[in-house]
Design a protein around this ligand. Structure first.
Ligand code: GLN
Length: 538
């Protein structure tokens, strides 16, 4: 059993400062010193999970192995730490209240008035300690979503206050703030940081370490000022300067000794050596690409890059594996039609059609796929992207007029994509899709087998519709091969085209499993195919 220490990461001044990246970077450094670490996100909103949130609101919904629909920061945690997260790693206010109210109805608190303190704060503390009690981790890093001072985050800050009181040096609080540069004054300003620390103090929490997000280096006098006004040691004022890539942040934090400060504050003996050579190799290759390719990312949420976060990052990892920089050209599927597709796809060496829900922009996706198929341009379809590839092939190769998914057209004469039988009775939309990891058996004669180099794989899912097996024979005969199957229920998970350099559609989400340490083989294979396509074209 490990003597688990708890690190809290809070944010002040403004949102979007990158608490997730700081948490993930700290985890990476602690791992480099030989500690086992997990990272948890507590989100102050009332949704039970972000699965029902529009990507415009909250960016991508990330899915864990055990099928939890979570905040996209969990993706960063996995990509940096290479350790899978689970349901326990993302807890919202909604989930906390749901549990407490269920307990109240069950009579657990019989006789007492159920209140924010202690019932809600006890449940928050229980969720935090649950990860520590697994006995697997030296450190549990808990990131609190939102900004201190928000009404929603009060119970979480109060839970931290109580845990520190109860556990003393087994806890440390890292507070991330912004130190803005005012160009008119030509100066960095510490006042917002002072105010956000004051807000925390009003709630009874003194940060141990202050990480300052800044565009310009903090000199000693600025660090001294922050230390003096915020009751921390100068060595506990850590600069977090804007970086070219999020993957540079662990190294910047190493230089600023964030990990050492955390170990010192929690009275943990400091191992002398740190091993992050593999991370440094990755960075070297990331910053020294030998070539560049452009890939079209076709989707309907292209205005907000966070909507496709994991796909973005998977391309960064796959680019590094191929020593090339992958530039993504975001193409709005609603703006594609047969008249302009050639122009829209100008200069791209591959097309990825993104996951999604609902009919908006669907015809543009299908047109982009037809273009990639007929021009023999590498294509990769993910979830809805795979379903669109099946629809396109049905309509244009098999001659199935108006073939469609019953999600978009329930009355189609050719429902080549149909609702899964166990989804037909589902009424509630929250957390009821086919979610999480399922095994998939690959055809050893397929291209994807050549990529994975194993017959049984496991990938994560998030969907309700599936390839309609009534059409399976016709598709295989005409050259769209069903090469990956979920054996227990005979569900088609992967299709690929014969006579095409690379045309792969997957019902699952490979992007969720791509990490710096293990770039996803399908993304690596796709980028390689794009490179080959472009070099043969020249
Ligand atoms: N809307 C499709 C389905 O539910 C695809 C989902 C997705 O792309 N994640 O099956």
């Amino acid at each position: 059993m490990k003597d688990t220490k708890y690190i809290f990461v809070t944010g002040g001044v403004t949102s979007s400062l990158g608490k997730g990246i700081i948490s993930a970077s700290l985890a990476k450094l602690l791992q480099g010193r030989g500690f086992s670490v997990t990272i948890q996100k507590l989100d102050p909103y009332i949704n039970v999970d972000p699965g029902t949130l529009n990507p415009y609101e909250h960016g991508e919904c990330y899915v864990t192995e055990d099928g939890a629909e979570t905040d996209l920061d969990l993706g960063h945690y996995e990509r940096f730490s290479n350790v899978p997260t689970s349901q326990a790693n993302n807890v919202t206010t909604g989930r906390i209240y749901q549990h407490v109210i269920n307990e109240e109805r069950a009579g657990t608190y019989l006789g007492s008035t159920v209140q924010v303190i202690p019932h809600i704060t006890d449940e928050i503390k229980r969720r935090i300690k649950l990860l520590g009690q697994s006995g697997n981790f030296d450190f549990v890093i808990t990131e609190i979503g939102g900004t201190v001072g928000d009404i929603e985050s009060f119970p979480f800050i109060e839970a931290i206050r109580q845990m520190r009181w109860e556990m003393g040096k087994h806890c440390a609080v890292v507070h991330l703030t912004l130190v803005p540069f005012l160009s008119a004054a030509g100066e960095l300003k510490t006042k917002p940081t002072q105010h956000s620390v004051k807000t925390m103090l009003e709630q009874g929490v003194q940060p141990d370490i202050i990480v300052c997000r800044t565009e310009k280096h903090l000199n000693d006098s600025i660090k001294g000022k922050i230390a003096q006004f915020c009751n921390v040691e100068v060595s506990s004022v850590i600069e977090s300067i804007d970086a070219a890539s999020i993957y540079d942040v662990p190294i910047l934090m190493l230089e600023e000794k964030l990990d050492i400060e955390v170990l010192r504050k929690t009275q943990t003996p400091i191992p002398e050596k740190i091993d992050i050579r593999k991370w440094e190799d990755f960075l070297h290759r990331l910053h020294n690409p030998q070539s560049e390719v452009t890939i079209a990312l076709v989707g309907k949420y292209v205005e907000l890059k966070d909507a496709y976060k994991s796909i973005n990052e998977a391309f960064i990892h796959a680019g590094v594996s191929n020593d090339c920089k992958v530039k993504l050209k975001y193409v709005h599927s609603e703006h594609i039609d047969s008249g302009n597709v050639h122009e829209q796809m100008a200069g791209v060496g591959g097309v990825l059609v993104a996951p999604g829900f609902g009919g908006r922009g669907i015809e543009g996706k299908i047109t982009a796929i037809e273009w990639a198929r007929t021009n023999k341009v590498p294509f990769f379809g993910v979830c809805l992207g795979m379903q669109c590839a099946v629809i396109e092939f049905g309509r244009n190769v098999l001659g199935l007029r108006d073939a469609h998914s019953t999600e978009m057209n329930p009355r189609t004469p050719h429902p080549v994509i149909d609702i899964m039988s166990n989804q037909k009775t589902v009424k509630n939309l929250g957390g009821t899709m086919r979610l999480g990891a399922y095994p998939c058996k690959l055809d050893p004669e397929s291209k994807v087998y050549g990529v994975y180099k194993e017959t049984m794989i496991s990938e994560r899912h998030r969907h309700r519709y599936e390839f309609n097996n009534d059409y399976r024979k016709a598709y295989n005969k005409a050259g769209m091969r069903t090469v990956g199957i979920y054996p227990n229920e005979n569900l088609v998970e992967i299709v690929e085209l014969e006579n095409h350099p690379w045309f792969v559609g997957v019902q699952f989400h490979p992007e969720y499993k791509s990490t710096v340490a293990r770039p996803h083989p399908l993304f690596v294979g796709f980028v390689e195919a794009v490179k080959n396509y472009l070099s043969e074209k020249d």
